[in-house]
Design a protein around this ligand. Structure first.
Ligand code: ADP
Length: 493
């Protein structure tokens, strides 16, 4: 009999990725489908469609299904032995939602192995374009939800976060208010993660506590839906969501955005950031800060200032000095989540607003600004950088050592990476193994004992602590000036 294998999937914003590992947690297969390049018929950019209002952002649900068909086909033709797979698990971009039409459960259950899934499921979705995490079109639903439960802080106390536009409850409320018939035709609403699991299961997979914490609907302490939040969003919502379940079968969500995860014991929900149920330790919680203008923003500046080359981009970081001679910048092509701001804002060392920077200075201002914002907002949540602080960096940009050096310098802490930047896939594959033994009380930590230790990538440059301390203070003050004010004209770049 062939050795056992375990599959980890990541239905992320720009691509569908898969990793297979063996019993020793070694990666034995890795593959991906890039939505823009490999499925051009869906005409996405970065895996999504930004609508003309520049607030609505969706992805075609059948594109995700077709990507799964394609990647399975690729695995088959490369000779991957599916019979060795003992378990699989997956992650999905958070907040995105999928709307299954009445009668789809039957179609899903009876899907034929002869036909590609995207043919079988082509009429199964009442909403063809799924709202995703980049959407910020639900401001009015957010304010109604906060009002319905007694204010923003109260909503944060119940669900771990004040109302956020991308959070699924508000997205559902928008669909219900704009198109009640479509909502009524929907028998089940999945998150991207539970939708992906459903495709493998041939039945509706439940939503797990961790991913479910990103909906503004789950009581994070009792781990049940909040009736008042559900009622404020749409009628008869509980039956369309199914019961949430513990995270044994789930998910580490990482994406095209920059996200910061902090492990915490005591949840103290605030008006900024999110508290989520912890997928690894059911007694613990995690804080999450999401920055929307992450990789795509870096790509835009790379294209404008470094001829589209990461090498040239990195050289600019090497040829400029830490602290950028006091030049600071805020780079938000789309409305940022943390802080709520949009547009490009550059300041020279005297805090005067300037309209441009030399290319190298622009690149350093972008990267330093992105990491200073992370440190400032993590500290606002009570996080402290200690002498033993370690930063674990994953995702596409963690390949870039020069970017990691700036991260290390701004946080004055060493940065570690793992061999594969596809950490969400790998985490899912570990989770697949854990899924087989979780019922018997084995912890995830026990399962991953054999996993390679993260490797030290970079350490902070000597003396940067003193350099960045005043800059961080200035950055936090300037941030107040660029916060979105609907009456000003800061939309211009
Ligand atoms: P997702 O899981 O959301 O698809 P990934 O973790 O795969 O995202 O990261 C994709 C991003 O990684 C790309 O948008 C790209 O900007 C970034 N990236 C890839 N290589 C580099 C590099 N050498 N330097 C900086 N960024 C990079």
């Amino acid at each position: 009999m062939a050795a056992s294998g375990y599959l980890g999937w990541d239905f992320s914003t720009q691509q569908l990725k898969v990793i297979a590992i063996d019993e020793q947690l070694r990666v034995i297969y890795e593959d991906s489908i890039q939505f823009d390049k490999d499925l051009p018929e869906f005409r996405t950019q970065g895996g999504a469609h930004v609508h003309s209002d520049r607030l609505t952002v969706t992805s075609p649900v059948l594109m995700w299904v077709k990507a799964l068909d394609m990647i399975l086909e690729k695995m088959k033709s490369s000779g991957f032995n599916f019979s060795q797979v003992r378990a699989l698990s997956g992650a999905g971009q958070q907040h995105g939602s999928v709307y299954w039409k009445k009668g789809s459960a039957e179609i899903l259950k009876n899907a034929s192995s002869e036909l590609p899934l995207h043919h079988t499921l082509k009429d199964c979705f009442s909403v063809g374009n799924s709202p995703i995490w980049m959407d910020s079109s639900t401001a009015s639903q957010c304010s109604s939800l906060e009002k319905a439960v007694g204010g923003a802080q109260h909503l944060a106390n119940i669900t771990g976060s004040r109302a956020y536009e991308r959070f699924t409850g508000n997205q559902i409320a928008k669909i219900y208010s704009q198109n009640p018939e479509v909502y009524m035709q929907t028998e089940r609403i999945s998150l991207v993660s539970s939708f992906a699991a459903s495709l493998f299961l041939g039945a509706y997979a439940p939503i797990d506590y961790s991913d479910g914490s990103g909906m503004n609907l789950l009581k994070i302490c009792e781990k049940v839906w909040s009736a008042s939040c559900l009622d404020a969003c749409a009628p008869a919502l509980a039956e369309k969501l199914g019961c949430p379940v513990p995270s044994h079968s789930v998910l580490i969500s990482l994406g095209t955005s920059d996200t910061l995860f902090l492990w915490i014991q005591e949840p103290t929900p605030a008006l900024e950031g999110h508290i989520l149920c912890n997928p690894v330790d059911s007694q613990a919680y995690m804080a999450l800060l999401c920055f929307k203008n992450g990789s795509l923003m870096r790509e835009r500046i790379r294209d404008d200032c470094a001829s589209g080359s990461w090498d040239e981009f990195s050289k600019a970081l090497t040829s400029t000095v830490a602290g950028n001679n006091g030049n600071l910048g805020f780079y938000f092509d789309v409305m940022e989540i943390t802080p709520e701001a949009v547009g490009i804002h550059r300041f020279n060392r005297d805090n005067q607003k300037v309209s441009d920077f030399p290319k190298e200075v622009e690149i350093r201002a972008l990267i330093e600004g992105q990491f200073m914002a992370k440190r400032i907002h993590a500290e606002k949540l009570g996080y402290k950088v200690m002498p033993r602080t370690r930063i674990l960096a994953t995702g596409g940009a963690s390949h870039n050592k020069k970017i990691l050096q700036v991260l290390s310098d701004v946080f004055n802490a060493p940065v570690y990476t793992i061999d594969t930047a596809n950490s969400a896939c790998l985490g899912s594959a570990y989770r697949a193994i854990h899924g087989l033994v979780a019922e018997t009380g084995v912890s995830l930590a026990d399962v991953v004992k054999l996993a390679p230790e993260p490797r030290l990538a970079v350490t902070p440059t000597t003396g940067v602590e003193e350099l960045y301390r005043p800059l961080l203070k200035r950055y936090a003050e300037l941030e107040q000036k660029v916060i979105y004010n609907p009456t000003s004209s800061c939309l211009a770049k």
